[in-house]
Design a binder for this molecule. Structure first.
Ligand SMILES: CSC[C@@H](O)[C@@H](O)C(=O)COP(=O)(O)O
Length: 342
């Protein structure tokens, strides 16, 4: 994603990858909201950053010069953007951070508040890349040379402002000179692993092998994988992790095969207001995402379907959470609070 000086957010349309590299030009918050909803931009940190720019666009397009009216308009746009996807807490985190900026100096006029919003969105963007590099640095120390790493969905540069979380750890391990190969779960139903992770890895000449989701158990049983790293959409105060549907099954399999199961995520993904994963709102998406493939029906018309986009992995299945401030080990139930409030 890229902010263009003309007052426009440019987004790589991820729904078109890997076949086409096309960019969307968002000139209003409604364009950004629509892009988030249809997953043209997706991945927890990426939707937070895009929403921050979306709010900036909305504020630029508000006609009023009256400060109170401007503030209530911006807040209404923030709640609309926040409602686009319910599970990834980074979306709300970024919008809350933007809104907080508007109260710093009561003497500022509407135009300078617009500048404040753009500067904050730029900061969120830049910080996300730095954060991911730090996650990579801490995480790569956990990856032995020669590891074959299984990952799910796409927690790479595409899912963030740049570099990636889970894939950032892999990038950092490669940059440290380690010989690392990746196994990408295809990630039904929308194939973020096949379409996006495989695309990212191939572009950087990182060895990658694609498997379907139902091959993971056999892969582990036949000792073809050494560890698992995934990203996260929300981590609760007890260390439970919401991530792309299928993550929980991988964690159970990892436990059964005695393999490390790591979660790489920025602190902005940790929601200390929720005690456990049972409280996380799980997005349910359109049934056609599973009854159809590429617009063609793959199920009998009229069949009932269920399409939760995320699942929750309980803390006891997580070996460690890798954050920008360091690695939180199983004793993290206490550490999480200390690290967040440090
Ligand atoms: C660094 S991204 C971490 C998660 O957001 C990612 O693993 C994921 O589940 C994304 O889901 P998506 O539905 O594609 O937005």
């Amino acid at each position: 994603m890229r902010w263009l000086e003309e007052g426009c957010l440019e987004l790589l349309d991820q729904t078109k990858l890997p076949l086409k590299v096309t960019y969307l030009k968002c000139r209003d918050y409604l364009d950004v909201a629509a892009a988030i909803k249809r997953l043209a931009v997706r991945g927890a940190p990426a939707i937070g950053t895009a929403a921050a720019y979306g709010l900036t666009l909305g504020a630029m397009n508000l006609k009023t010069r009256q400060k109170e009216e401007f503030l209530s308009g911006v807040k209404a746009i923030a709640s609309e953007l926040s409602a686009t996807r319910p599970t990834a807490v980074n979306l709300r985190w970024a919008l809350d951070r933007m809104i907080k900026k508007l109260h710093i100096d009561d003497n500022e006029d509407v135009n300078s508040l617009r500048t404040v919003l753009l500067e904050e969105a730029n900061l969120i963007y830049q910080e996300d890349i730095e954060t991911n590099r730090k996650i990579g640095k801490h995480g790569q120390a956990l990856i032995p040379n020669g590891s074959r790493v299984l990952t799910h969905c796409n927690a790479g540069a595409l899912a963030t402002a740049g570099y990636g979380t889970a894939l950032g750890v892999i990038r950092a391990a490669r940059e440290a000179g380690k010989n690392i190969s990746v196994i990408a779960d295809e990630t039904r139903p929308l194939l973020q692993g096949a379409r996006l992770t495989a695309w990212e890895m191939l572009r950087e000449h990182i060895p990658v092998t694609l498997i379907t989701d139902n091959m993971a158990g056999y892969l582990m049983a036949t000792q073809k994988v050494d560890l698992i790293i995934v990203g996260a959409d929300r981590i609760t105060a007890n260390g439970d992790v919401a991530n792309k549907i299928g993550t929980y099954s991988l964690a159970v399999l990892a436990k059964a095969h005695n393999l490390p199961f790591y979660v790489a995520a920025p602190l902005s993904t940790i929601d200390m207001s929720l005690a456990s994963g049972a409280e996380i709102p799980i997005e349910e998406r359109d049934h056609t995402e599973i009854t159809h493939l590429d617009g063609k029906s793959v199920a009998p018309p009229g069949v009932k379907a269920w399409n939760p986009a995320f699942d929750v992995t309980p803390n006891h299945l997580v070996t460690a959470i890798i954050t920008e401030r360091g690695v939180i080990y199983p004793a993290y139930l206490d550490n999480l609070d200390k690290i967040i409030n440090h």
